[in-house]
Design a protein around this ligand. Sequence first.
Ligand code: FAD
Length: 438
Amino acid sequence: TTSIALFTQDLRLHDNPVLHAAATTADQVVPLFVLDPGIEAAGFAAPNRMAFLADCLADLDSSLRRTGSRLIVRHGATAEVVARVAAETGAGAVHLAAGVSAFAHRREARLRERFGDRLLVHDASLTVVPPGRVTPAGRNHYAVFTPYHRAWQQAPWRTVLGPPRTLRTPAGVGSENLVVGGPLSPALPPGGETAARARWRRWSVDPYEEVHDDLAADATSRFSPYLHFGCLSPTELATRARQREGAGAQAFVRQLAWRDFHHQVLAARPDAARHDYRAREDRWHQDEAEAEAWRQGRTGYPIVDAGMRQLAHEGWMHNRARLVTAGFLAKSLYLDWRIGAAHFLSLLVDGDLANNQLNWQWVAGTGTDTRPNRILNPLRQADRYDPDGAYVRRWVPELAHLPGPAVHRPWLLAPDYPAPILAPDELTARFRHGRALD
Ligand code: FAD
């Protein structure tokens, strides 16, 4: 018998329930990745992520070759391509990981129309706890993190699976190349499971609790692109971290629970990728010049500008900088969160519909935040999380001559730096207004 293992956001050999199920139930496996034009049509094929994806696929292919198999890559509408490959190889079953986006739901429905119960969907691949596995009474998902986290910790996690040692794949199945183009950020991380596991070996979770908010220390795992493309299994990471114990490991596992939380929200509410999870009353303000200054990292607030420039340069931004830059856009400038979310998605190598849109909504107060009127004051954030100014000096070289925390207030010492697009006293006034509402 022959089965297709359809790869999506699970581009790995370790702990891969889809590949494992296909390999243990059939004599031959066809490892298949389909580049669906629906991904491009949805504006989701940003050059940074496509370049990273190309690395992931090349790495997956070489790992599969070591087992005696290889990766088949095809372009086209997923259900049609899979049907064609099934006809070419005589495959009887198709294994697929459950996804959470509207696109993933549609893809699964189209495959179901063609394959019926020969389509086997595995729900414990993308997250540690599958969406919908834990729910509050009378609802299909949690809207608040704390009770979710409690239930999540008590839910059973599946056993971590080893990588397959040998795989047999029918000969003569054609594969196509992935062509990537477009402007890339100059300092992208390498994609693929091998690079991900090398990074995991080098990184220590132990100091995570103390250092994860320190912008200059840059000491978080940077696993996010690998988790987005599934080069690392969240279940394997969470299981290993839980075995380690200690405050660092605990805090890290909690972040993986945040990831699962946003995935279960999106799975239940795919519309939340575009629309307010909870309708906000005040209307957003429109100002393209302000939006553009924000995108370019020229707001006049160095802590905001540093984050935006890190994003452009690396296709990645530190979580604390994401909170500060997103909060500045949505809550200080009052610009629509979708403008900011779209810009992030155009560059982030970890750009993820669940994590990006729902974190944006959380920051904008339209989502699952229990304190929707909270405002992060960028100057206080700068003093707290970049107390010496080292993060700003790294990303805003024209201010590198300013010593210590003076770098956060260039209007006092660096007259050539762009003037704040929102005057500091107005910013503080908005901050007070926000607190008053809180
Ligand atoms: P670590 O601190 O090492 O955390 C480990 C893992 O936990 C991360 O890789 C990530 O998978 C998960 N995680 C951590 N924080 C969060 C969080 N707040 N929400 C969900 N999962 C989390 N993350 C993305 O993966 N893709 C995005 O598109 C994305 N967009 C964001 C947009 C905004 C406005 C904000 C505030 C946050 C966003 N995040 C996103 C969440 C978070 O900023 C990144 O996951 C994190 O910075 C990645 O760095 P790391 O891997 O070093 O994280």
